[in-house]
Design a binder for this molecule. Structure first.
Ligand code: DSN
Length: 478
């Protein structure tokens, strides 16, 4: 395919959009400029391929397709069946999974599908059994009451939010924290690492129905074999949310004990982070959960998005190519180079380093909150996000951490030398930023001072760093 084809495709698409609402066309163009010019270090973002992006912009969006392949509640789904089956096949082959369900619209949705599947599979409920065999009309009011009582308040044990767990693993701002009786396991206060003996102890005491592994801000490998043994020892279902590191699993950087798929009963993921696909979710599971997982829509999901499933099929096909393994390894090499660059300049990192795609800087070492550091870096053309650190004194809003990740910059082609330069830029900004004060003289967690000339200089240096690595080099919208 000629590189010109990509440019023509996107230019033509914008021309068509511009004829209807030029402000949307302008915003799409401006977003490309912004993404091209900023040093994107958000650990959960990436750049999907032009083929993946184009697979989403078409008439598949117009089709309803509730149900699953070959078993739809709408007529005329033969082409949706083709792309959904392809995406699922690629996912099964890529991850060595028994079953793949590619309909979830996001990671939260994928987790809801998984929670539903586990509840339906594990909770002893005669009323639910009746409901499942479609005798819904035979259920009495008392049956429904019992069903709600039996499904509610089940127990979940997951990683604590400040240790790097995710909201959907049973925390109050998410429905999972309202449905489940949740306890969490943290990390060792000295090392910042998961202490598996403490997890086992918590599991023995709490006896969860679901043990959740996975994280959104833990910079280390997780031993899923050990977590599975812990789950088995208390009769829990072992679920792993691999949204952040799915690309490292796909690229065979995480293998053996560190690959969740052979160890977990059920694995959820997003498709747009290190996996580099379209924005969406996915569930992989053992055969015994497949039937319940496939009920995701309409149980907890709205109608599937066929255009996004088409894009998932494209991205998963890309991830099955040999060069994806090289990409995944480079993500980790870059992350480690970034960590080294920061450590050598005196930064404080949670766990003292990384073995995955992300690094968590404890910015209290610079006398800043995460909020201050995030904004000062943004002023300087460096896009990151603030994040709690273990036992964070500043809570989840202001935080004491900055999470940075390398999947996006690695896609652009930056390597370890550029990561060292990136570390220099980050360190310069953070050392030159000072925490501000409130009107009454008390320390502010949000205000800060950074010389705008310094911020501009770093922003120019960030742009210079990116210049040899153009984003979507074949696409010229001018
Ligand atoms: N919002 C994603 C992240 O940034 O980690 C997870 O949901």
């Amino acid at each position: 395919m000629s590189r010109n084809a990509e440019s023509t495709a996107f230019r033509s698409a914008l021309e068509v959009i511009r004829a209807v609402e030029p402000r949307v066309a302008d915003a799409i163009g401006a977003e490309l400029t912004d993404q091209r010019e900023s040093l994107k270090l958000i650990a959960s973002e990436n750049y999907a391929s032009p083929a993946t992006l184009l697979a989403m912009g078409n008439w598949f969006s117009d089709k309803y397709a509730e149900g699953t392949v070959g078993r739809r509640f709408y007529a005329g789904c033969q082409n949706v069946d083709t792309v959904e089956a392809l995406a699922a096949e690629h996912a099964r082959e890529l991850f060595g999974a028994a079953h793949a369900y590619v309909q979830p619209h996001s990671g939260i949705d994928a987790n809801l599908v998984a929670f539903w599947a586990v509840l339906a599979d594990r909770v002893e409920s005669p009323a639910l059994k009746k409901a499942q065999v479609r005798q819904v009309n035979d259920l009495t009011e008392a049956d429904w009451f019992a069903l709600r009582r039996e499904l509610g308040n089940q127990r979940m044990l997951g990683m604590s939010l400040d240790a790097g767990g995710h909201l959907t693993h049973g925390f109050r701002p998410n429905i999972s924290g309202k449905m489940f009786d949740q306890r969490s396991y943290g990390t060792d206060p000295e090392t910042g690492l998961i202490d598996y003996d403490r997890v086992a102890e918590a599991a023995r005491e709490f006896k969860p129905l679901i043990l959740v592994g996975g994280y959104s801000a833990y910079p280390r490998k997780v031993n899923f074999r050990i977590l599975r043994e812990i789950a088995d020892s208390v009769g829990a279902t072992f679920m792993v949310d691999m949204a952040h590191f799915a690309g490292l699993v796909a690229g065979k950087v995480f293998t053996g004990d560190f690959d969740p798929v052979p160890h977990a009963h059920i694995v959820t993921t997003t498709t747009h982070k290190s996996l580099r696909g379209p924005r969406g979710g996915m569930v992989l599971c053992q055969p015994e959960l497949a039937d319940q997982v496939d009920r995701g829509c309409p149980m907890v999901l709205g109608g599937p998005l066929p255009h996004v499933m088409a894009a998932k099929a494209v991205a998963l096909a890309e991830a099955r190519r040999p060069d994806f393994a090289d990409y995944a390894q480079r993500i980790v090499d870059n992350s480690q180079a970034l960590a080294e660059g920061l450590l050598s300049r005196g930064a404080k990192l949670v766990t003292g380093g990384t073995d995955n795609h992300l690094v968590l800087i404890d910015v209290s070492g610079y006398g800043l909150t995460g909020r201050q550091a995030e904004q000062a870096l943004l002023d300087s053309g460096i896009v990151t996000n603030r994040n709690s650190v273990p036992q964070d004194p500043n809570g989840a809003w202001y935080t004491s951490g900055i999470r940075i990740g390398t999947p996006a910059l690695t896609t652009r082609g930056l390597g370890t030398a550029e990561m060292d330069q990136t570390a220099e830029l980050i360190h310069t900004v953070l050392t030159q930023t000072t925490a501000g004060a409130n009107a009454d003289g008390t320390p502010s967690k949000a205000k800060y001072t950074l010389d705008p000339a310094l911020a501009d200089k770093v922003a120019r240096q960030a742009t210079d760093l990116l210049t040899p690595f153009p984003l979507y080099p074949a696409i010229d919208l001018a």
